[in-house]
Design a protein around this ligand. Structure first.
Ligand code: HEC
Ligand code: HEC
Ligand code: HEC
Ligand code: HEC
Length: 177
């Protein structure tokens, strides 16, 4: 029953052998050094992740250097909002406890855009009971002011209702005719 036509078997075995050797060498060469030290992952990845620069901090981290703004912020309806949402990441501003870069301070039209990111009624997904929203320019028309007014002319950016009665008064006196 023995057939002499077995060259195809030899070729398959040789092929598998080469495959196994190449695979083994590739595994030796390509596996990172610390792989498998603790488990099926790169042990060095833990340190690398832990040593990444911290980009974001809490509002408390701003307090020591900006007590004026931070204390106003704490008294108002915006107290739960991160300073960084409006000003950018801590890491762009402070390094090793020292001021390192300038954070942008938004002005005029930019402020409008910023406020409407959370307070625009057009964002249907935002539940109205959680964050009150307005329609622009209707909101300004209701106050009987020019639609070129920006939010910070009536709302304190850090505590939005802090001076609202004063704003109402001014608006009422100035713009009614
Ligand atoms: C180590 C002290 C320190 C910390 C911490 C700090 N700041 Fe400042 N910040 C300063 C100083 C000093 C300036 C003024 C820098 C300048 O004018 O060049 C400044 C400027 C700013 C400005 C720009 C003001 C302007 O008129 O240009 C903003 C906005 C600001 N900081 C926000 C923040 C926020 C938000 C945090 C927390 C995430 C923070 N800062 C944390 C010291 C600090
Ligand atoms: C809802 C957005 C918002 C939040 C939250 C916010 N800010 Fe501001 N902040 C602004 C805007 C807008 C201005 C610019 C106001 C202007 O010039 O009319 C500003 C101005 C500033 C300035 C510069 C003051 C000046 O007149 O140069 C500092 C410093 C500052 N904020 C710090 C903080 C700190 C610290 C926190 C957190 C405790 C914080 N802000 C939270 C929007 C915000
Ligand atoms: C990150 C989202 C966010 C941004 C940006 C933001 N707000 Fe707010 N705002 C809130 C939240 C949250 C509240 C508080 C809701 C609550 O607790 O009732 C609030 C409350 C308010 C209120 C009081 C509404 C009420 O309950 O009567 C006003 C007014 C207001 N913000 C105006 C502004 C203005 C002006 C700006 C731009 C300088 C701004 N907001 C930027 C989230 C935001
Ligand atoms: C001319 C003054 C004025 C300007 C400018 C203005 N507001 Fe108002 N806003 C008011 C007054 C007044 C109220 C009513 C506050 C109260 O008594 O509860 C109000 C209320 C709000 C409320 C709460 C709405 C509610 O349903 O209770 C939000 C949110 C708000 N404003 C966001 C903004 C935003 C965002 C901007 C800029 C795009 C802006 N406002 C510009 C005067 C103004």
């Amino acid at each position: 029953m023995k057939s002499s036509y077995n060259s195809h078997i030899k070729r398959i075995v040789l092929g598998l052998l080469i495959f196994a050797v190449v695979g083994f060498v590739a595994k030796m060469v390509l596996t990172p050094k610390s792989f498998g030290k603790y488990g099926p992952y790169r042990a060095d990845a833990i340190d690398e992740e832990a040593n990444q620069e911290i980009r974001h901090m809490t509002n408390a981290s701003c307090l020591s250097c900006h007590p004026y703004e931070a204390n106003i912020h704490l008294t108002g309806l915006h107290k739960t909002i991160s300073c960084e949402f409006c000003h950018g990441p801590y890491a762009d501003h402070v390094k090793a406890g020292k001021v390192y870069g300038k954070l942008p301070v938004k002005k005029k039209e930019e402020i409008k855009v910023l406020c409407l990111r959370c307070h625009n009624k057009a964002i249907q997904a935002r539940p109205g009971e959680v964050i009150k929203t307005v329609i622009m320019p209707e909101h300004l028309e209701e106050q009987k002011v020019k639609v070129s007014h920006t939010c910070d002319q009536c709302h304190h950016v850090h505590a939005p209702l802090k001076y609202i009665n004063r704003a109402k008064k001014i608006v009422g006196i100035k713009e009614k005719s």
